[in-house]
Design a protein around this ligand. Structure first.
Ligand code: NI
Ligand code: MN
Length: 227
């Protein structure tokens, strides 16, 4: 697996032969001004919930790449109304086998109104596994005991991608506990430093993880890392 970070909570995972893009929010993010969204090659676009900072560039990238959208029923229906019909809807607790592997849509504690005020269903995260490995994308969420269900119901995680910016989601202290709950000591942190209320001290966050024998990986915007 390879991960390329596009800022905020947007990243691409090269998973075997397929490119999986998560929560595209690039053109609205000044920290991602050097990212050219037209260069992104996505086969699938995953949307965790209905907020603008997770789906602003979905439509443009889907049209540019012909990627298939994966999200909850309400968000997929909303994009259908915009003429995007290459999609697959899921709901919480369900898993589905795609050509690249299995996707499970899991619980998150957050909110999910769509940008025009439409109901976005309940927010979620994804656990994805296949030949290439197994990873968890928490989406925007509080720390929740539901995370303890993941090791009981999914293969062992290689990496967990967790929000760490606080204010709108859990902060890095709670993310350490989340990594305990999901039994994965290797964490990629997202959803921090984009806006003033989610600005954090990254060195402090890394040290906090390290003190508990855990690794907090914070790729630079545009950086690709091998997982
Ligand atoms: Ni959100
Ligand atoms: Mn968000």
């Amino acid at each position: 697996m390879k991960l390329t970070y596009f800022g905020h909570a947007c990243f691409l995972i090269e998973f075997g032969e397929k490119n999986l893009l998560f929560d595209p929010f690039i053109t609205g993010n000044p920290l991602a001004k050097n990212i050219d969204w037209q260069q992104i090659k996505a086969d699938y676009i995953f949307i965790t919930h209905g907020h603008q900072d997770h789906l602003l560039d979905v439509e443009a990238i889907a049209k540019n790449t012909d990627a298939l959208l994966i999200s909850n029923y309400e968000i997929i229906t909303w994009f259908g109304g915009k003429g995007l019909h290459k999609s697959h809807s899921m709901n919480h607790g369900g898993k589905y086998k795609f050509e690249f592997g299995t996707v499970k849509y899991v619980n998150a504690i957050h909110s999910s109104m769509l940008p025009d005020g439409s109901y976005g269903g309940n927010p979620g995260g994804f656990v994805i596994w296949g030949q290439a490995g197994c990873f968890y994308v928490a989406g925007d969420t509080a720390l929740t005991e539901d995370m303890k269900l993941i090791p009981l119901t999914c293969p062992k995680l290689d990496v967990a991608i967790l929000p760490i910016g606080d204010n709108y989601t859990m902060g890095y202290e709670d993310a350490v506990l989340a990594s305990d709950f999901v039994q994965c000591n290797r964490v990629v942190g997202v959803h921090y430093n984009t806006f003033p209320p989610i600005t954090i001290d990254v060195e402090k966050a890394k040290a906090h993880f390290a003190a508990q024998g855990k690794e907090l990986i914070l790729p630079a915007v545009g950086e690709t890392i091998v997982l």
